[in-house]
Write a protein that binds this ligand. Sequence first.
Ligand code: ATP
Length: 358
Amino acid sequence: MRSHKVAVIGGDGIGPEVVEAGCRVLDAIAADDGGFGFAFEHFDWGSDYYRKHGRMMPEDGLQQLEGFNAIYFGSVGDPNLPDDVTLWGLRLAICQGFDQYANVRPTRLLPGIGGPLRPDLGAQIDWVIVRENSEGEYAGVGGRAHRGLPIEVGMDVAVFTRAGVERIARFACDLARSRPRRHLTIVTKSNAQRHGMVFWDDICRTVIRDYPDVTVDWMLVDAMTQRMVLKPGTIDTVLATNLHADILSDLAAALAGSLGIGATANIDPSRKRPSMFEPIHGSAFDITGKGIANPLGAFWTATMMLDHLGETRAAERLMQAIETVTSRGDTLSPDLGGRATTAEVTDAVIGAITGANA
Ligand code: ATP
C-alpha cells in the first residue's frame, strides 16, 4: 500500500480546526480507496509557538520538514503580532526555503454557491492563476534609511531574474497545456514599468514559442481586473508576477463566492523538496474556537495535495464529494448562509465520499 508522509502545520486561528477536519476527510478517502494511506505528523508552529520560543518555528524547521512528501498548512497571522513577523517567520520561510516558486490557485464557482456576479457570468469562471512565488515585487530586497528624519526613505526593489521568469513561464505553459482549453493569459504592466516588466514580457515571449499548441493573450494588470468581472469565460490559465497575482487571486476568490472555499498550492515543480498546500483564508480570529469555520477550503486544498501525490482518482472523488455537499445546500457553514458546524460539514463530505462509492 502506498503511504504518504504529510507534515501538518495548523498554525494560527482557525487553521488547526480546518486542517484537522481535512485530515479526517483525507483518512476517509484513503480508507475508501484502499490503495493508499497517510502518515500525518503534526507541528505546533505558529504564533503561540512564537510567544513561548521567540520564533515561529524551530531553527532547524526546514530540515524537519525535508523528508515529507507534502505539507498541509492551515493559516498564519495573529492580531497581536506584526504580519511581517508571522508571515516571514513561517509561511514565507517555508515557501522560500523550499523554493516553492509556483503558487497555483484554481477558481470555480462551486455548484450551489452564489457569487457576486450575474449567475450566467459566474458560471463561466473556471480559472487557474499561476503566481510567481519566489521573487518579483516580494523578493524582500530593499531597505529603510535615515529613520525619523525628513529625508527618511523606504524601498522595495522588484527583482526579476532570467531563471526565475523562465521557469514560472514554463510551469504556466505546461499547466495551460494540460487543461482542455489550452489557453494562457500573461499579465504584465510593461507600459508603465519599463525594465523588469519588459524583461518579463521578453522571456515569456521566448518560452511560449515552445508551446505552439497553447494559445496566448496578454493583458495589462489593470485591464485584467475588468476582464475577470466582465468576461470571465474568456479566461483559463493566468500567469502573473508575485504582486499582480496576489491581487488578482483575491479578486478571483471574491468572485467565487467565499473566502472559506478557495485553495492554493505552493509547488516546487522539481519535486526535490515538499510542496505546501493551504486554504486561501487567513486565521479568522473572530470565529476561532466556535466550531463554525468552513472547512471546504481545506478540503479543496486536500484535493490539490492528493493530485500532487499522484492520487488523481481520489482527488477527483473528493472534489465530487465537496460539490455534492455544496449543491445539496443543506449542510453549509454560516459564511455560506447555512447553520452547520465544521464537524457537520466534515461528516457530510465523508458521507458523500462513502455514498459515492455505494
Ligand atoms: P489574516 O490576518 O490571517 O488574513 P483575517 O481574519 O484578517 O486573517 P481572513 O481570516 O482571511 O482574514 O478572513 C476574513 C473574514 O472572513 C474572517 O473574519 C471570517 O469571518 C471570514 N472567514 C475566513 N475564512 C473563513 C472560513 N474558513 N470559514 C468561515 N469564515 C471565514
